[in-house]
Design a protein around this ligand. Sequence first.
Ligand code: GTP
Length: 599
Amino acid sequence: MQERIRNFSIIAHVDHGKSTLADRILQMTKAVSDREMREQFLDSLELERERGITIKASAVRLFYQSKAGETYIFNLIDTPGHVDFGYEVSRALAAVEGVLLVVDASQGVEAQTIANFYLAMEHEHTIIPVINKIDLPGAQPLEVALEVEEVLGIPADDCIFASGKTGQGVDDILEAIVARIPAPKGRPEHPLQALIFDSIFDAYQGVIPYVRVMDGSIQPGDTIRIWSTGKVFEVDKVGVFRPGALEPVARLGPGEVGWVTAAIREIGDAQVGDTITSAQNPCEAPYPGFQPAKPVVFAGLYPTDTQEYNRLREALEKLKLNDAALSFEPETSEALGFGFRCGFLGLLHAEIVQERLEREFDLDLISTAPSVIYRVKLTNGEEIEIHNPSELPNPDKIEAIYEPYVKLTVYTPEEYVGSIMQLLQEKRGKMSNMHYVGKRVELVYEVPFGEILYDFHDRLKSISRGYASMDYEQAGYQEGDLVKVSILVNEEPVDALAFIAHKDKAYGIGREIVDKLAEVIPRQQFAVPIQAAIGGKIIARATVKALRKDVLAKCYGGDVTRKKKLLEKQKEGKKRMKAIGKVDVPQEAFLAVLSAGRD
Ligand SMILES: Nc1nc2c(ncn2[C@@H]2O[C@H](COP(=O)(O)OP(=O)(O)OP(=O)(O)O)[C@@H](O)[C@H]2O)c(=O)[nH]1
């Protein structure tokens, strides 16, 4: 039985066609009938479908009848490709023995192709290179196969040419999965050791951990222990993933991928990365090698309606269960009231969390501009971490400020190298390596993380006509000449608008922000000054001019329904506003810092 199991993931640079290929595999293994088939079947979140990207890894069990006539169980774990979600990729990889490394035949090897390849190598997985989208008119499958050989050291002959769209070559992929990927090794007679690689929260069943059984087996009625918390539960059901459903089975043996219900109510009791073992006969050690997700970007999330604070907390708790990388703690802002400081893996992650909170939990939120984590050495010798720019102490208390750096790898055709180097210089980057791989160049830089957080990726794409790609990893802290810029609206400092910037850039950014705020803050009955300041010194100012007439003035004595309509409309418009003193400030204003001074 165990020798007929194949556990694998699909990894690729973003948009190289993982989800489409997974769809085709589902279809060709008859897991989904042609009638049920819809595009990107595994992307079950509404948001994933709309954005066309995969956010969460999902698992599915398939049956494949090989050309030799034997039936195999395939457990396919789909993974996201965006750099923000690298954590999900590493979790998925801990649960499989092999990967399909998908490379777009018209784009070739890109930064995340390389990064994902190394992740798979670290796990010592079998790698099946798939040159995908060969149906495209611009496809150059042979050249890309040679590039795979040159850059990654995988023989070009190992590559399978395929199209997830037309299905061409997909049967070769299925045969290669059987032939090249080893069966899982687990030992049935050993004590249970199961790795939690994902989990969901169900209102009725509680936390449902998704597991990969490493050793031993698990079945209903077993008493299990969660390794890190020591908590004990009785297993209610176990099962496997069928397309669109959780299907119960009698037991999960070594090498199998499935789910467990055990009336686990507390969200913290079955964390991703933890190990489940037997309470009576525990394994010796937890499954190693999991990197806990570490948020690197922080932003405040506040309900527009202060009454919704508790609902927001509950929503965050539920979401966290489904998203191991999310962190949050209560925060109060003078301007925005009670909310949460939330930690994310990157900006896309932050955006997605906010959208999911609003859609799935029907909340209306204001978010502050995301910021990196600064470290500050105080004059009294103490060292603190700053997750929120408004918390930065006064300059006289600060000895040094340190900002996070990333090791940024850019992979580009050689003709764009000049402009990319210029962009990196502007971002205060320092080159640490550059080498040619055929006609492509790999640039490695150390850059302040805060500098590439906002629009760097867009700018890189635009100056290279979409051909350059990037990947980054955190690379420690370095001292920086940084200052806090406060923003004052109607003479009042607004804590939620404060930001930290390099001294040389602070003036420019401050200028742009006050101009932007003056644009987006609606006119009031009175003129509203907007100012940027460093310490007590005003560095920029702008004014929101006073309204000339009030909305109702023109229907004075007129039609009552029209008047009502106008008031309704005004209320609508207020939805995403926060009153700061006497001034209504819209959501856009809090994000003004994102677009200002970045180019
Ligand atoms: N012509 C052609 N287009 C394809 C093929 N496979 C995928 N595409 C298209 O490429 C785009 C990206 O495909 P996805 O399957 O969503 O890519 P992905 O790698 O799963 O993307 P993420 O989930 O965001 O990482 C979509 O517009 C697909 O329709 C293919 O074999 N041929």
